[in-house]
Design a protein around this ligand. Sequence first.
Ligand SMILES: [Zn+2]
Length: 189
Amino acid sequence: MTLPMTLPLEQELNKEELIEFAKGFNLRSEDIVYITTIIYVLNQNLHNDVCWEISKMKNLSNFTNAQDYIPRYKGRDIRPLLLAINGVFPGNKNKEVKNKDQEILMRAGNCNSKDCINPTHYLYGDRLDVSIARWQRTGIEINKEIYYEIISLRKESPKEYTINNLSHMFNFSKNTIRTICDNGTKASD
Ligand SMILES: [Zn+2]
């Protein structure tokens, strides 16, 4: 099969790896070329930081959105293929995920659409990434580094770093701080 001459997105696309990966989708090679071309064209015309919403695009064939936040193409969950087009494959690219068995295909914290096909709005993460993305979507400016910093401060000196103090220091609600500290306690048990 022939992929578009110009490689999609900024990253170097490994065609062999993509073609091999795409076989698992039971789609025709024309479909793979079509999807790749769509993503390429969208990448040329839309910013990476906004959602590329199926429902807002005209003339898009066979793409459908569901209420379950899974964009589909001919009924198939298209997210792994979007990531593969962007050069991200399960298991080998996300070094942050320590246990590959717990790898979850998830929406990034900056994605706010049910039917987004922006490949950079998806990632393979772990359960902590999922929690952090949820927090980010509610406007909490947190990431893994901050999360672990809170846990380590709390462990260092629970008397100094009370829920109240941490809440002021990081400007998070006491509830959020409490959840993080509880997670930290559970993780070390
Ligand atoms: Zn999005």
